[in-house]
Design a protein around this ligand. Structure first.
Ligand code: HEM
Length: 213
């Protein structure tokens, strides 16, 4: 169980990916795997997945905290190429956090019909975060929940913060509360090799979290 501690810091400071507050929070190292070709939703993407081979990013570090109102997820990983959504000539680097709406949601299928998952996504060059709900691979739909994102380059690494209100808004958004438990997963897309949608690196297992009061 990873304990997500409360911090006394301004939202602006937490939304600085290189800010000093993050250096005081312990990092968990994540091992990322390639989404299996056999799990892709269509015959075209199954074949394409097989031809693509391994996803680019194999590890990342994750730090979490909350300020009583919002949860903040800090991710850092090595990426030599900066691929921005605004380049207009390819695919942006991206990262997302997955949380289950039902606690038994399978991470390796992006949830199921009965057990939905909520994902919060950052795309490089896009100042607006996105929130989607999924009930199995190939079913993602946007949800109106505002997600705040911030990113910075640190040498050949990305540092990204993804933040949302604990409570969320609407039935397709995961509701968190201090004192409560949840689980998180992470996915990372490497734009320079055309990763997008189902082609990405992901954590095969949930990390259980508890939001300390
Ligand atoms: C921690 C795990 C995961 C996270 C955080 C995650 C997150 C996301 C997000 C944010 C999107 C929508 C944005 C976009 O299309 O770029 C998406 C789409 C997609 N994901 Fe995942 N995902 C995860 C695991 C998986 C796995 C294991 C598969 C299996 C192949 C998968 C297959 C897909 C597919 C096919 C799409 C695009 C089609 C659609 O719109 O549903 N995902 N994912």
């Amino acid at each position: 169980m990873l304990v997500v501690k409360p911090v006394k810091a301004k939202s602006k400071a937490l939304l600085d990916p290189s800010g000093s507050v993050w250096s005081s929070i312990a990092a968990s190292s994540l091992s990322l795997k390639t989404t299996p070709a056999g799990t892709q939703p269509t015959s075209y993407t199954k074949v394409a997945g097989k031809q693509r081979g391994e996803a680019a990013v194999t590890s990342a570090s994750m730090r979490l905290c909350h300020d009583g109102q919002r949860i903040y997820v800090h991710l850092e990983w090595k990426d030599e190429n900066e691929d921005l959504a605004t380049d207009g000539n390819g695919f942006p680097d991206a990262a997302a956090v997955l949380l289950p709406l039902g606690n038994d949601a399978p991470i390796n299928q992006m949830g199921s019909e009965q057990q939905a998952v909520n994902a919060w996504q950052w795309r490089a060059g896009d100042e607006q975060g996105r929130s989607v709900v999924a009930r199995g691979v190939g079913t993602t739909e946007p949800t109106p929940d505002p997600v705040e994102v911030a990113a910075a380059r640190a040498g050949n690494r990305w540092r990204v913060v993804i933040s949302r209100s604990l409570a969320g808004a609407g039935s397709d958004s995961v509701a968190l509360a201090t004192g409560g438990d949840s689980r998180v997963g992470v996915a990372i897309w490497e734009g320079s090799v055309g990763e997008r949608g189902g082609f990405k690196a992901f954590t095969e297992n949930w990390t259980d979290i508890r939001l300390a009061e």
